[in-house]
Design a protein around this ligand. Structure first.
Ligand code: URA
Length: 268
């Protein structure tokens, strides 16, 4: 059986972008997990993307798979794209190329010019082919990143549809394991996503699959999450790394130990 895989950033301008990635002078290690390296993107870098997703920052599973949005958040986003009929014509980048460390790490550096300058080089490269029809930002930091891009001189004539959506794991973050809070926050998120998707759906003229928009209900339903396609990950990664199972965590008795440890467990 032949396996699809992602070759990564092998063509310009992406080769130069990954060669020039910013270090700790731009991303201070007290606010970012620089020790795990930058993680750049997921999806098409060949100009075929129609939807650009702007996420926040990579988590533990992304540090292992070396592509962004592969964990819980990624599966929710993959399902969201499927609702738009987008199954492979997408590309995703994050607001931050390193994982945020600490509660306020991202907030403290939301306006850092060096971080924005590097991110804007990526956005310029991804938007240059002129084929992106819609942009989706996940969470308020990503929304601000998109607005910062729009304020640059590099913005072209094309103006894709835009939706600022609640971050896919915001309900889990605010609920702190309280099931009642989780259900309420999930309902609010899904309503927010329905409104955003209804706004951009008519502007997607080249979906991969023609399907009528089916809104979310009040909680996650069967089929709302979609598996990460094999062609999005580097060669040889096992299939379970693309599954919704929770396979990476950061254990550790002390913050320092947790920082330098990612536990990977093959799911049952
Ligand atoms: N993983 C990412 O890469 N980005 C997010 O925004 C969340 C999880």
């Amino acid at each position: 059986m032949a396996h699809a895989f992602d070759r990564g950033p092998v063509d310009e301008p992406f080769v130069s972008l990954v060669r020039d990635y910013p270090g700790e002078d731009v991303y201070p290690s007290d606010s970012f997990r620089t020790e795990w390296g930058p993680i750049f993107h997921r999806g098409r870098l060949d100009g075929s993307a129609r939807v650009l997703v702007l996420g926040q920052d990579p988590a533990a599973s992304e540090s292992i798979a070396r592509r962004i949005l592969v964990g819980e958040a990624g599966h929710r986003v993959q399902g969201l794209l499927a609702k738009l009929g987008i199954e492979r014509s997408y590309v995703m980048v994050n607001t931050f190329v390193y994982s945020v460390y600490g509660q306020q790490g991202g907030e403290h550096h939301r306006d850092d010019p060096g971080i924005a300058a590097y991110r804007n080089r990526w956005l310029e490269a991804l938007l240059a082919p002129g084929r992106i029809e819609a942009v989706v930002s996940l969470g308020h930091l990503a929304d601000e990143a998109w607005r910062a891009w729009l304020a640059t001189d590099a913005v072209g004539a094309e103006s894709p549809a835009y939706a600022h959506l609640t971050h896919p794991t915001q309900p889990d973050a605010v609920a702190h394991d309280d099931p009642v809070k989780l259900a309420a926050a999930t309902k609010t998120l899904l309503h927010n996503w329905n409104v955003g998707l209804q706004k951009i759906a008519p502007r997607i003229h080249h979906p991969d699959v023609d399907r009528p928009f089916e809104p979310y209900g009040e909680s996650w339903a069967e089929g709302d999450l979609a598996e990460i396609p094999e062609e999005d990950l580097p060669p040889g990664l096992p299939a379970w790394m693309r599954s919704p199972a929770h396979w990476a965590s950061r254990p550790g008795a002390t913050p320092a130990e947790a920082r330098r440890t990612i536990a990977v467990t093959v799911p049952d």
